[in-house]
Design a protein around this ligand. Structure first.
Ligand code: SF4
Ligand code: SF4
Length: 281
């Protein structure tokens, strides 16, 4: 179990606890303002990322002091954790509203509206959270979101996420002033600020899944398709064995490699059951 499960999940998976999606948490005006500012002022996020780029080039002692400070600060307000599709399905099983919205990161990096994020809520018809998102949507980023919000059924949302997975995108769950959970994103290293901060700039704001992938060498034919989709460089190829191997210390447990394997050679197992990875988040 990660630190978030201990702090926000009473020892169970914190993102499967319905109370973390509750309307009660949304009655906090500070949180409502945070959500609105987050979406309406993407330039602030871009500035933070620029600071991290500078920090990445700073002397080691500066990094060693500032990195844990900034990462801990982020854990309190807006952090993400990687999820395999089966845990996304569990979340979709108990939320009452799923709305597809434009991705803030891609609006900045690609410059156009790209719908890769799914706001979720426990309240009927989305409650206050959907109302906040609708208000934001009316003046979103470069102007009104002309396509409007899309309300999806659980099956529609899951089908859409499976398509993202085929494109190699990794599912993540996000807080808006922790522990309130606002939605599920679908990330890649080139467009997602959080993944870039975490993997490229070594500033953890997006944490590993409760799982680690493992290859069954009896089933693997060495096609290397899984290597092409792993965004974390966790898969190596043994020319001698003509099979791949997954380094559990690098694996984020997203399961994207599993979706790409036509031989069903990859499975996820609990991180806690893999001693070398159990304490790596
Ligand atoms: S995609 Fe499957 S069969 Fe191909 S190398 Fe990876 S694990 Fe082996
Ligand atoms: S090896 Fe790990 S990190 Fe890489 S795609 Fe597979 S589950 Fe994700």
């Amino acid at each position: 179990m990660c630190e978030f499960c201990h702090k926000h999940g009473e020892g169970k998976k914190w993102y499967l606890q319905a109370k973390n999606y509750s309307e009660d948490l949304l009655s906090d005006l500070r949180r409502r303002k945070f959500i609105a500012d987050f979406f309406l002022h993407p330039e602030d996020t871009a500035k933070e990322v620029a600071k991290l780029e500078r920090l990445d080039r700073a002397p080691a002692f500066v990094r060693s002091v500032l990195t844990p400070y900034m990462s801990n600060r982020q854990k309190k307000v807006h952090f993400g954790q990687v999820l395999p599709i089966e845990d996304v399905e569990r979340i979709f099983g108990f939320v009452s509203s799923i709305v597809r919205v434009a991705c803030l990161c891609r609006q900045i990096t690609v410059g156009t509206e790209q719908r890769y994020c799914y706001a979720v809520s426990m309240a009927p018809q989305g409650g206050k959270f959907e109302q906040i998102i609708r208000e934001i949507d009316a003046g979103y980023l470069t102007g009104p979101d002309t396509a409007g919000l899309e309300t999806l059924s659980k099956d529609e949302a899951l089908a859409s996420l499976r398509e993202h997975e085929k494109d190699g995108l990794c599912h993540t769950v996000w807080t808006f002033i922790t522990p309130f959970i606002g939605g599920i994103c679908n990330c890649d290293r080139s467009d997602c600020f959080a993944m870039r901060c975490t993997v490229t700039y070594r500033m953890p704001v997006m944490f590993r899944a409760e799982y680690v992938a493992e290859v069954n060498p009896e089933l693997c034919n060495g096609c290397r398709q899984c290597m092409r989709v792993c965004q974390f460089g966790a898969i190596g190829y043994s020319a001698a064995n003509k099979k791949v191997v997954i380094d559990p210390r690098r694996c984020y447990g997203c399961g994207v490699c599993r979706a790409s394997c036509t031989k069903d050679a990859i499975a996820l197992q609990d991180r806690s059951a893999v001693p070398v990875a159990a304490a790596i988040w």
